[in-house]
Ligand binder design. Structure first.
Ligand code: ZN
Length: 172
């Protein structure tokens, strides 16, 4: 799939996971946007287009690509600790967001005709959509709608919480 599709889809998965794990809305948005952009950019940096097919790098489009979420999640954390800057997010949440982005990238690419690598010689594809065809457009649109729904529900839920709290304060 195209990079924009990967980024929005990873954001939805990562944000949902972070919120399930108890992260706040702001933390969820910042961490999932940052990891989604970083992980998907690095994973797709190895792409080359040969004819109609996208040739993917084994280094990023396989289980061996696990170094990408590890690097994206832990390097900023380690650097921040090392330089004495405060980190308000724990490594577990960062890793969860990183792995969510990585797994969702491979899941989407598994639906395209080039598939992803299981081993350096073996590729798996669950479906054979073109990476830039109608399926990509549909996945992109669905991901944008999901992102809007999940954020909308979250913000609305929060607004309701604030109103309830105010009501409680005013009502004594
Ligand atoms: Zn890819």
């Amino acid at each position: 799939m195209k990079l924009r599709t990967h980024i929005v889809f990873s954001f939805v998965v990562g944000y949902g996971l972070l919120r399930l794990l108890g992260a706040g809305i702001r933390c969820g948005v910042v961490v999932s946007v940052a990891t989604s952009v970083a992980v998907n950019l690095i994973v797709d940096a190895g792409h080359a287009v040969r004819g109609r097919l996208r040739v993917r790098s084994y280094l990023t489009h396989s289980p061996a690509g696990i170094w990408v979420p590890l690097l994206v999640s832990l390097l900023p954390y380690v650097l921040a600790r090392w330089t004495g800057l405060g980190v308000s997010v724990g490594p577990a949440l960062l890793l969860a967001a990183g792995f969510a982005s990585f797994a969702s990238h491979l899941a989407l690419d598994m639906l395209t005709e080039s598939g992803v690598y299981l081993t350096p010689r073996k590729r798996v594809a669950l479906a054979h959509f073109r990476y830039d065809g109608l399926a990509d457009t549909v996945f992109f649109a669905v991901s944008v709608i999901l992102a809007a729904l999940i954020m909308g529900a979250d913000v609305l839920g929060n607004v309701r919480g604030v109103i309830t709290w105010l009501w409680g304060v005013v009502g004594g």
